[in-house]
Every structure is written in C-alpha cells, then in structure tokens.
Write a protein that binds this ligand. Structure first.
Ligand SMILES: Nc1ncnc2c1ncn2[C@@H]1O[C@H](COP(=O)(O)OP(=O)(O)OP(=O)(O)O)[C@@H](O)[C@H]1O
Ligand SMILES: [Mg+2]
Length: 227
C-alpha cells in the first residue's frame, strides 16, 4: 500500500508521522520503504541515524525529488509491501505526484495554527488528484495538539472540516510531547523509546491502526479463506 504524508504547511509533524509509521510497520514484519521527497532530508537523516546505531528492524529509505517520482514510486510499490512518502511542506511536484499514486493521504495540521486557506487548497489538490486516482482517500490528522484536556481542538477541527468535501478527520490525535522530539533525534519511533512514554506510544499505535488496520483485516480474511 502507498501512503502519503503531506501538506503545504511546514513543521506540522509530517516527517514525525512518516518515520513513526514506518518504524511500526517494520516492527510488524513488513517490508516497508520510506520515500523522502523533501530536500531538507529529515526522514533520510532519521533512517541514517537508525542505521548507524544498528536499530532493528531496519527501515529502508530513499530520497527522490522531481517529476519522475510518480513512476518511481509505482515501480517501488511492486518491490516493497508498503511505501510511505514524506512530502515537504509546500505545494510541490512531489506532493501532487504522491497524491496521484497513494491509496491514503494524511495531512497533519497543528490545530492551534491551522488556516482554512491551507485546508481549502489541500481539499482542491485532493479533488484534482482523485480525477486520476479515484481510490484516493485523504484525512487530516491533528498533530502537535495541546496536552491540556480543556482544549477542544477535535470538535473545532471537525466543524471546520465539514466545509471540505474531500478531507476526512482521523480519529487519532497526536499531541505535543517531548518523546516525539527525542525519538526523532535517536532514529527511533516513540514506541521504541526506553523508557516508553505510554501516552505517546498509545496515540501513535492508534493512528497506525487507523492507517493499516483494515489492510491487516483483509489479509487475515484472505489467509483464512485459503486454508
Ligand atoms: N507531536 C509532537 N510533539 C512534539 N514535537 C513534535 C511533534 N511533532 C513534531 N514535533 C517536532 O516539531 C518539529 C517539526 O516536526 P516535523 O519535522 O515532523 O514536521 P514536518 O511537517 O515534517 O516539517 P517540514 O515541513 O519542515 O518538513 C521537529 O523538531 C519535531 O521533532
Ligand atoms: Mg518534514
């Protein structure tokens, strides 16, 4: 399955989601490839420091920019079970190419900072990608949300998203926690940190379930049917 993590706004947690999901997918025993389409190369640095520290399971990562991305990813998707694309924080060729090849797209937003203009543009980009890729589904993920329980970001975001036809809201909410920054620095997912931040680990597992849970369900049913 090809998953795109993207969005036009910078610093919303795209690379954090892409690397954490890739680490969890590798831990599930899947052959996963992380595709870093950002010239900043944060996902590649993450994978490199993981390699240097010999953290298992290994997460394969390549950097790829420009117009050839679409064909390259489609080709790689035949060789890897899952491809996770980290697309940089702007309306780039890579973001558009990713939307055309992905089955699922996740757009992290920082609820406290989001602007409706950005979501409107994302909604349009998803709509036009669906013209070529009718199977594409897109979700907004509240990332870096406040850990203060009195802040009602989910309800507010849901209300705003009601105006956009092509964007759904992910159930899982990722909160602003130091564990994410520590894990990023160490080439790990939050779930791999010792000691583990249970809250960070749980929310990332919840997102993982949303992203990949239905795939696992289908595979179990298929395996069951073959027996
Ligand atoms: N949930 C979180 N809690 C705490 N820190 C976070 C969280 N998500 C991201 N960060 C930190 O915020 C910074 C930006 O995150 P990240 O690199 O994932 O964003 P990005 O959307 O990929 O940015 P860019 O647009 O530059 O590619 C990083 O230092 C990261 O460690
Ligand atoms: Mg990034």
């Amino acid at each position: 399955m090809i998953i795109l993590i993207g969005g036009e706004k910078g610093g919303t947690g795209k690379t954090t989601l892409a690397t954490n999901l890739a680490a969890l997918r590798a831990l599930a025993g899947r052959d996963v490839l992380l595709v870093d389409t950002d010239v900043q190369g944060s996902a590649s640095y993450w994978a490199q420091s993981r390699d240097e520290d010999e953290i298992q399971p290994r997460v394969a990562c390549i950097q790829k920019f420009g117009t050839g991305l679409q064909n390259e990813v489609q080709d790689l998707a035949r060789r890897y079970e899952d491809v996770i694309i980290d697309a940089g924080g702007r309306d780039s060729i890579e973001l558009r190419a990713g939307l055309v090849v992905a089955e699922k797209a996740y757009v992290p937003i920082q609820a406290s900072q989001f602007d409706i203009w950005t979501l409107g543009r994302m909604d349009d980009l998803v709509a036009s990608a669906q013209g070529f890729n009718p199977g594409l589904k897109a979700w907004v993920v509240i990332g870096r949300a406040s850990t203060n329980p009195s802040v009602t970001e989910t309800a507010e975001t849901r209300e705003i998203l009601a105006d956009f036809q092509h964007l759904n809201l992910a159930e899982a909410v990722i909160r602003d926690r130091i564990a994410y920054r520590k894990a990023a620095r160490d080439g790990r997912g939050v779930t791999e940190m010792k000691p583990t931040d249970a809250k960070a680990s749980n929310e990332m597992h919840a997102l993982y379930e949303e992203v990949f849970g239905d795939v696992e369900q289908v595979e179990k049913q298929t395996a069951g049917g073959e027996r």
